[in-house]
Design a protein around this ligand. Structure first.
Ligand code: ADP
Ligand code: TZD
Ligand code: MG
Length: 589
């Protein structure tokens, strides 16, 4: 019997032979499973409570969060780590909106994710008759994602999931919204017909090779280089062509600069790594090969003082998205394709072309990097009381070096900027952070996804403000017994903990928190381990114990409230006004 069967006869069969039928709940689960999606990050509620239960009963991993934003961040990070769309499932209106921030963040970061939200009665929503959690979710989702779809009939579930998966992972990856009116979940159909309606997506993200003339153009640019540089971005980390990227770097011999989430694609301790000479290589290089990295605010739009003489550079850019070319500066040689195919094409075309960089450039980069690393090494060994960021990060740097399989999650302002430059990453996709938006609150969702998707130990290094955006998810970490160690850098506030009310009033400054807050007790409240540490030695002991035990742990590390800088490394992005400067002597300049 096919889909055309009348609902009367289906109802009759439901009483006599229910095993010959299926429903929207089960088809949705089957459609995900047939595409090897086996984990859902969610917050239950009407109309998807039972969907989560059935998915769990059908062998899927269903991770329930305390807030949809963190379930969404987890799904997006799962997408980044696995190249498969991470699935976040929410209830209607408010739950959907809570998840929307994470989907927008996924799209901004080019990570594949599917936000599935249950929605209310279509007929009532469309007439704005005030249904339970009424909202036109499809329309609202559109500007925040790559694609948005709604399913209206049970027999469309297979094709809808297929469409969502392909939209999320093909070309430039991003967030996809799938609207599921609750009624569809309860619709029934013949089980065999249902099974036939499932679609397994073949080659969801087809490889894309650059054209040979584009490759030849890139080789010409590289041949002319005197001071070449490779910039690796998180698109390169995402592509998982780790061996080809390494070969490209090593065969060219060019110094490379990893963007924060590309750290570890080649180890930060690789002899060609130019991170410690970042300012110099950005300024002095003459040819820059961008590999899965956008020339956006994180690279000063490719312009200005940081980039040296205007017009002094030629760019080769590898990107899956053709529109990315010339976004901010002229690209001399665009290579549109996936990182693996482009790297392979360059490697093949490079043979015998003599593109080796002059040794005086390599020597200059090396000398600068060595000098900066020596300076930094001294700062990391200090025993200042109270403890500063450098001493604390020196300890965490050692911990990661001893356990290079640990996945580092990192957010905050000073906590982020300093950890990014101090803590080396040794393996691909072993650092997850605030991404393109610099969003606070990704930490716990990212840590949970990293632990669930890889089974590895996670170390989350969190500013106290950053942690506050997602701290309740420590209960989720404890509930699923995940190997996550959270270190909160507790400087009593945002950027610094010593801010004062500039008007002299009773209220605390807008950037400070309750001093010496015991975040460690939050983890203890749910059965995890907590520690309050004030010296590098205590921090070392606590981190070692946590990473050895694999138990959910929160280490509350007291950091000098006066050690941080306003906005970390990006204070220059704060708007300035002459009026404000005249009025307040304290204003950040
Ligand atoms: P970063 O922040 O590390 O500099 P961005 O997020 O700005 O990196 O840039 C990532 C870029 O990688 C995006 O322009 C995206 O289109 C591109 N990209 C994503 N996946 C791939 C892929 N598989 N191959 C090539 N480019 C990719
Ligand atoms: N809200 C969101 C969602 N993202 C943001 N980036 C901010 C607000 C603004 N913001 C930053 O850019 S960093 C930061 C905020 C609130 C917190 C910095 O404080 P911290 O780190 O305690 O996390 P440090 O070590 O004290 O600098
Ligand atoms: Mg802080």
């Amino acid at each position: 019997m096919g889909i055309a069967e009348t609902s009367e006869s289906l109802k009759a069969r439901a009483e006599t032979a229910p095993e010959t039928l299926t429903d929207g709940f089960h088809l949705l689960i089957d459609a995900l499973k047939v595409n090897d999606i086996t984990t859902i990050y969610n917050v239950p509620g009407i109309p998807i409570t039972d969907l989560g239960r059935y998915a769990q009963a059908q062998g899927m991993r269903v991770i329930s969060f305390r807030h949809e934003q963190h379930a969404g961040y987890a799904a997006s990070v799962a997408g980044f780590l696995t190249k498969k769309p991470g699935v976040c499932m929410t209830v209607s209106a408010p739950g959907f909106l809570n998840g929307l921030t994470a989907m927008a963040n996924a799209t901004t970061n080019c990570w594949p994710m599917i936000l599935i939200s249950g929605s209310s009665e279509r007929e009532i929503v469309d007439l704005a008759q005030g249904d339970y959690e009424e909202m036109d979710q499809l329309a609202i989702a559109r500007p925040f994602c790559k694609a948005a779809y709604r399913l209206n009939h049970v027999e469309d579930i297979g094709i809808a999931i297929a469409r969502a998966i392909r939209s999320a992972v093909s070309g430039r990856p991003g967030g996809v919204y799938l609207d599921i009116p609750g009624a569809v979940l309860g619709q029934i159909m013949d089980a065999q017909e249902g099974s036939k309606s499932l679609v397994k997506v073949i080659d969801p993200a087809p490889r894309q090779s650059p054209a040979s003339d584009a490759v030849a153009r890139a080789i010409e640019v590289m041949k002319g280089a005197e001071r070449p540089l490779i910039v690796l971005g998180k698109g390169a980390a995402y592509d998982q062509s780790d061996d080809l990227v390494r070969e490209l770097v090593e065969k060219t011999g060019y110094p490379f600069l990893p963007m924060s989430m590309a750290k570890g694609l080649l180890p930060d301790v690789h002899p060609q790594c130019a991170s410690a000479a970042r300012s110099m290589v950005l300024k002095d290089s003459d040819v820059v090969i961008m590999v899965g990295a956008r020339i956006n605010w994180l690279l000063s739009h490719g312009k200005g003082k940081q980039w040296g003489e205007p017009g002094g550079k030629r760019f080769v850019q590898i990107d899956i998205s053709a529109e990315e070319m010339d976004s901010n500066v002229e690209i001399a040689a665009p290579l549109v394709g996936d990182v693996g195919s482009c790297a392979k094409a360059l490697l093949d075309a490079m043979e015998g072309e003599g593109i080796a960089p002059p040794t005086d450039w390599l020597d200059a980069v090396h000398t600068k990097a060595e000098a900066n690393m020596a300076k930094m090494a001294n700062r990391l060994r200090n025993n200042n009381n109270p403890m500063d960021y450098h001493a604390a990060l020196g300890v965490l740097k050692d911990a990661i070096t001893e356990r290079p399989d640990t996945i580092l999650v990192n957010e905050g302002a000073n906590t982020l900027d300093l950890a990014r430059s101090i803590v080396n990453v040794h393996k691909p996709r072993h650092r997850i952070d605030v991404g393109t938006w610099g969003v606070m609150g990704i930490g716990m969702g990212a840590a949970i996804a990293a632990a669930i998707e890889t089974g590895k130990q996670v170390l989350a290094v969190e500013g106290d403000s950053a942690f506050g955006f997602c701290g309740m998810e420590v209960e989720t970490i404890c509930r699923y017994k995940l190997p996550v160690c959270v270190v909160v850098f507790n400087n009593n506030g945002i950027y610094r903990g010593d801010g004062e009310n500039w008007g002299g009033g009773e209220d605390p400054s807008t950037t400070v928190f309750v001093p010496d807050a015991r975040y460690d007790k939050m983890m203890e409240a749910f059965g995890g381990d907590g520690a309050w540490v004030t010296t590098p030695d205590e921090l070392r002991q606590a981190v070692t114990a946590a990473l050895d035990s694999g138990k959910p742990t929160l280490i509350n590390a007291a950091i000098d409230p006066a050690a941080g800088k306003e906005s970390g490394n990006i204070g220059n992005l704060n708007p300035q006004s002459i009026v404000a400067q005249a009025r307040y002597p304290q204003v950040h300049k």
